[in-house]
Design a protein around this ligand. Sequence first.
Ligand SMILES: Nc1ncnc2c1ncn2[C@@H]1O[C@H](COP(=O)(O)OP(=O)(O)O)[C@@H](O)[C@H]1O
Ligand SMILES: O=P(O)(O)O[C@H]1O[C@H](CO)[C@@H](O[C@H]2O[C@H](CO)[C@@H](O)[C@H](O)[C@H]2O)[C@H](O)[C@H]1O
Length: 472
Amino acid sequence: MEPVTGQPVTDLLAGWLPRQRWFAGKGREIDEISIATATELRPSDPAVHHLVLAVRQGETLDRYQLLLGMWDGLPERLRPGEIGLLPGTSRTWLYDAAHDPQATRILLEHMAQGTVVGPLEFHQAPGMEIDTGLDGVVGTAEQSNTSVIFGDSYICKLFRRLSPGVNPDLEVNLALTNLGCAHVPAVYGWVELEPSGGPGLADDEGATLALLSEFLRTGTDGWQLAITSVRDWFARSLPPGTEPDPAIAGGDFASESERLGAATAAVHRDLAAAFGVTAQPVTAISAAAEGMREQLAEACRDVPELVPYAKAIRAAFDEFAGLAGSPPFQRIHGDFHLGQAMRTDSGWVLLDFEGEPARSPGERRAVSHPLRDVAGMLRSFEYAARFLLADEEGTSAEGARELEMRAHTWAKRNRSAFCRGYAAAGGVDPAANSIIVRAFELDKAVYEVRYEARNRPSWLHVPLRSLAHLSD
Ligand SMILES: Nc1ncnc2c1ncn2[C@@H]1O[C@H](COP(=O)(O)OP(=O)(O)O)[C@@H](O)[C@H]1O
Ligand SMILES: O=P(O)(O)O[C@H]1O[C@H](CO)[C@@H](O[C@H]2O[C@H](CO)[C@@H](O)[C@H](O)[C@H]2O)[C@H](O)[C@H]1O
């Protein structure tokens, strides 16, 4: 294989990276890319190298992983991963080998054998046996990383932006699998970058590179189920004089929401058992409120559309800060929304315990109030109910009012059902802690405003519209 570490390759990657969904530094200039580690996994036909790229953007140094494939003449089936022609050659193509079953199978083989290749440590979970005879296909879900699905058996998440230390998704899934929790996918294996994995690394903690989990063959993600229900409710014609009640819609989702609430409480209970519960000093709530205020100030600087709501949001944070007591904090999901839960034939399964992509590794693993997850899911019901409203902008004022009212009734019904299920299964009762829930919801909506402005500007109206209601 030709050298993969030269300037022409990094120049090519500098053009390709910002076009990737998973690249977290969009909108900021790339000052420098260097190759921190390059590990040959296969010498030829196709050659496959595992790369850790160190990407400097201003003060920020991020690390990303890439399975880099190289072919003479790229076959059509690998076009989705095309990076470009290796400069100085006329037919040697570089491509993202996550799209190549021949390359991704190597990951399974190494995990099954528990091999160490250079700085890469492959692991098979205790008591599991990985079938290495399966072809991998890149998943099509909207996601922050890249997942490769192997037959009906496994899904392997390649963490793209590497955070130092063990990734909480691996840490939590492994701990809950060991406890026998029925609401997370079983862990089959993982890959780690050993500490001090090469030049250009900002730390010496190593990183989790990949997580191989049970593929939930019968699963449908909660977001898809919820928006199907919303669409059904929006399309339903109501006989004149009928009270608009989403319970009568064919696609009513409330009993699923209630079961999802119960599954969330069960996962919180297992997280507390696995990682413990820590009584916080009386200052914990005011410290959390301070974090919320800081995020709000930064978000207002980044997204001016948020400014009109800031005063009311700050007032809710102040009310939260004034609460007395020392709440028990514990590990939580951290970025809980409908897309992070799958309904399978045996119930709800929670996914992706990585926390919010924009938070620091320390924040993602920090203990917090479990109602923060509840608030995350409540925001998601708002999203599901409201994101379709923008599509209806051509409708009359009366039609728009009707849809707004339907969105409101759908969200209210499903929010209540989720909270009911959560409390009935032993979770902290959201209804009895409305100041806390409201502050966490507003904090999440502020995060979302920033997230949407950076990643999906056409969705920015969704959290902004909610803020108009929430900050009333
Ligand atoms: N174990 C699994 N079985 C089936 N599908 C899964 C599984 N884990 C994740 N998915 C699908 O992949 C999507 C993205 O997964 P997620 O862990 O949230 O990735 P990311 O952290 O990259 O956003 C999920 O919304 C779901 O549709
Ligand atoms: O799933 P990720 O860990 O990548 O989470 C990020 O992306 C989510 C969107 O894909 C984003 O979630 C927001 O949009 C969802 C609808 O697509 C909605 O259900 C959520 O409530 C809303 O927060 C999440 O915030 C972000 O961290």
